[in-house]
Write a protein of this length. Structure first.
Length: 223
């Protein structure tokens, strides 16, 4: 028991770990970080690009919660200018959404085959894209045809140049195990402001691509 407690304490203090805190019930999807659902939730702050350079004008805050059935993520994204799809769809998946402004979560549940993971994207306009990524496949980009059943909500504060977004991801879509306190997942977080104009990364890959699973950190499902 003592060793388990020490491990949890180490993980909680590590800069490579994001804690997702338990909620006893699911709520309607809220993008506002001031809502009751997100109140008192720990914040992970990102202010670096994918090469590790400081980007304070694009400060990004991330919050996470989990329930027995779902993972939730909330993004607060500062921006200088928006690059939005001129014909947004909130009812159908938008392939190549990454060509516009997006926030992204990469999640892997397989700690042995780390080249298999899932990608979830949302835009400031509430568009969405989910992908089943396997870098061992000849055409990993075909993973966009996969459907996780996740949902998004978003809003824009033009006066303060901040956009907000939230995701609800069915846990069964990324891991067949039963969610329980202490479960660990592999994760990384990114943002795009326009097509490769500004790239924000929690764990910078130091490469032109985000698809470097060796750089992922850890998401800890905490009580």
């Amino acid at each position: 028991m003592f060793c388990c407690l020490m491990l949890l304490a180490f993980l909680s203090a590590s800069p490579d770990v994001v804690a997702s805190h338990f909620s006893p019930r699911d709520e309607s999807l809220q993008w506002n970080p001031s809502s009751i659902f997100w109140a008192d939730t720990p914040v992970t702050v990102i202010e670096t690009d994918n090469s590790g350079n400081a980007q304070p004008t694009h400060r990004t805050e991330i919050r996470s919660r989990w329930t027995a059935g779902n993972l939730y993520f909330q993004f607060t994204c500062r921006y200088q200018e928006l690059h939005l799809h001129p014909h947004p769809s909130r009812t159908t998946e938008t392939n190549k959404l990454w060509d516009w402004d997006v926030a992204e979560v990469f999640i892997g549940s397989d700690f042995k085959n780390i080249r298999h993971y899932y990608e979830f994207e949302m835009s400031p306009q509430g568009e969405w894209l989910d992908l089943d990524i396997d870098l061992s496949r000849p055409a990993p980009a075909d993973g966009w045809k996969w459907n996780s059943g996740f949902e998004v909500a978003a809003g824009i504060d033009n006066d303060h140049k901040v956009w907000y977004g939230a995701m609800r991801i069915p846990y069964r879509s990324i891991d067949s195990r039963t969610a329980a306190p202490g479960n660990l997942l592999r994760v990384n977080f990114y943002r795009e402001q326009g097509p490769r104009q500004v790239e924000i990364a929690w764990r910078p890959t130091m490469q032109r691509t985000y698809h470097v699973p060796e750089k992922f950190g850890t998401l800890k499902l905490a009580p």
